[in-house]
Design a protein. Structure first.
Length: 218
């Protein structure tokens, strides 16, 4: 047969006919669609698999936990340091020392330091006294105060004894050379017994050096 039979043979008593398969356009289109669908499915599978690959996350470091008590303590220390710096600066104010007379330079420096810290009380420097005194020689200072402020001035002067060149302090009928208060004899009056002023006598030479410290004073 033309365009139909390719071969014929007898095998085992049966006639076998081999016919070539001819692809029609419709069959080709179906086959192509099937291939494309399979390819698309395969591609979708690949995309799906790729989309679920985990991405490595970047972790920010966790800040350390802060103790509230530490913050409060730090704030308190800062405030104390600020107040101390302000007081130290205030100890060099432009106090009026014109009435001191020709006192020694270290006596004048001590007068400025104490006057600035304690609201600039009236000061007496060089003066004549009926009794033996360091005032005529410019080695004494009186700060005219009473009560609690006098307590603080006396304590401050003694706490900075070496820096200011202090020899001794008299206050409320007591004298202190740096090793404790000693009672004095009654001289007969408020002023004579030093209840209305703190008396400070100074050594003949300047102090040991270094600035007096306001943190020793209240």
């Amino acid at each position: 047969m033309r365009n139909g039979m390719a071969a014929a043979a007898a095998a085992g008593g049966a006639l076998v006919v081999t016919v070539p398969v001819v692809s029609t356009p419709a069959a080709s289109a179906v086959a192509e669609d099937t291939y494309l669908s399979a390819a698309a499915a395969e591609t979708d599978d690949v995309r799906m698999i790729a989309s679920i690959v985990p991405v490595t996350a970047t972790h920010e470091p966790v800040p350390p936990e802060l103790d509230v008590s530490d913050l409060v303590k730090a704030a308190g220390l800062y405030e104390e340091a600020r107040e101390l710096a302000e007081r130290q600066a205030a100890a060099n104010c432009d106090a009026d020392l014109s009435d001191l007379g020709r006192v020694k330079p270290w006596v004048r420096s001590a007068a400025r330091f104490l006057a600035c810290l304690y609201d600039e009380p009236d000061l007496i420097g060089v003066a004549q006294r009926a009794r033996a005194s360091d005032h005529p020689r410019g080695l004494a200072l009186d700060l005219m105060v009473r009560g609690e402020k006098g307590d603080r001035i006396a304590k401050c002067a003694l706490a900075n004894k070496d820096e200011l060149g202090v020899d001794y302090v008299i206050w409320k009928q007591r004298v202190n050379y740096g090793d404790g208060w000693e009672r004095m004899a009654d001289r007969g009056g408020i002023t004579e017994n030093h209840y209305d002023h703190v008396h400070i006598s100074f050594k003949r030479g300047a102090g040991a050096g270094g600035a007096p410290l306001v943190d020793r004073c209240s």
